[in-house]
Write a protein that binds this ligand. Structure first.
Ligand code: DC
Length: 221
């Protein structure tokens, strides 16, 4: 086994809006280790495809783009080819293309390799859809966060309101349901709870309660 015994890898998976990134950031800060948002990587690829007007089903073009794409994290920001795109990737359009991208073998191969390399080098809290089932199968702790879809949609709706946008609740809910279906039913590494993951339903919990619950599990190991 390649992993250093002192590494702690916390894998947090679950559907969109379950609170993964907020919780993962808090837990990482508490442990003093890095947080890696793998969804942001799929989003960054999606952004690049849109900006370059690439048809996602054109495998040749997709391969070329992937070969010439660099993704990096620094101090909580994601860089696409050296430019901070942390804000640009947080739109509904990018959410959907990220989900489309994540079905593609070429995209998954590149990103999963990168994610595994990070997990081999250092302790991390990594969140996504397939971290516990695929990327870091032997993570020291695996959490599957979920919540009722209506509650997840309400959280997302409130986030958009706070950003000064004018969202439509039903549209937000439809996007969530559509993406859940697509992410859970794709052929490659679909969203699924790992058999050894701890399930936490955050529907009736606040952020502090969820973070405390996860920290409790981590303390035990
Ligand atoms: O977590 P997010 O909403 O930022 O993720 C965007 C999309 O990326 C999501 O719809 C599915 C995909 N994704 C994935 O397939 N595997 C991951 N490990 C992370 C995200």
């Amino acid at each position: 086994m390649l992993y250093n015994e002192t590494l702690i890898r916390v894998a947090i998976d679950g559907p969109g809006g379950a609170g993964k990134s907020t919780i993962a950031k808090l837990v990482a800060k508490d442990l003093g280790i890095d947080y890696i948002d793998t969804g942001a990587m799929y989003r960054a690829i999606g952004l690049k495809l849109i900006r370059n007007n690439i048809n996602i089903d054109d495998e040749e073009e997709l391969e070329k783009v992937l070969m010439n794409t660099e993704i990096d994290f620094n101090e909580g920001c994601i860089y696409l080819d050296g430019i901070d795109v942390s804000n640009q990737i947080r739109t509904s359009e990018i959410s959907m293309i990220a989900s489309d991208c994540s079905k593609k073998k070429l995209v998954r191969e590149k990103l999963v390799l990168f994610q595994r390399e990070i997990g081999m080098r250092k302790s991390v809290v990594m969140d996504g859809r397939d971290i516990g089932t695929n990327v870091l199968k032997d993570a020291e702790i695996k959490i599957f966060l979920t919540a009722d879809s209506a509650i997840r949609a309400k959280r997302r709706y409130n986030e958009l309101l706070e950003k000064g946008e004018n969202p439509d609740y039903n549209e937000v809910l439809n996007d969530i349901v559509k993406r859940d279906y697509q992410d859970s039913n794709r052929e490659l590494n679909p969203l699924k709870q790992a058999t050894d993951a701890i399930l936490i339903d955050t529907s009736n919990m606040n952020i502090e309660e969820v973070a405390a619950c996860i920290k409790g599990y981590i303390k035990k190991i």
